[in-house]
Design a binder for this molecule. Sequence first.
Ligand SMILES: [Cu+2]
Length: 181
Amino acid sequence: MRFHGIALLASATILGACGGEKTPAADTTATATPAPAATTTPADTGAAAAAAAPAAAAPAAGAVAAAPATGTTHEVKMIGDATGYKFEPANTTVKQGDAVKFVMVSGGPHNVTFQNVTDAAAKAQLDANMPGQKMGELAGPMVMQPNEAYVVSFAKVPPGKYDYICTPHAAMNMKGSITVQ
Ligand SMILES: [Cu+2]
């Protein structure tokens, strides 16, 4: 009887200690303070990081405004015929501030989807400069009719080489690049 009572008391003390530890952990997650979260268990750190990630990404996504082109407009034809599926010219060099007008010639629907843009600032600006009902980030809408065009501004897009594909004809090697100087 006496021994049983001590055991219960010990259990209560352990439970109390556990409950006491959970309170600060919950507070840390709620306030999303990174430093205390790192000192808790790996599970708590992961939860805090997951909770902080969307909050940090949300303002960045809408923070970049589309920058209108101020320079030359370069034309790239979108072709699908007996000779194959291609952008013509496949590789185009522009100056920052120029625009590229992708013109549907044949064999559509075609689109322009930029790939492997690793620089976050470049990705955000290029995505903002792509108008219309996009298929996703850096993925332009389908261009369906002959002479229909899709214009992308390269204003404020950092210098570099930007590879793109036509999503519907990726398997047919319909791809190109825009080099921004
Ligand atoms: Cu295509």
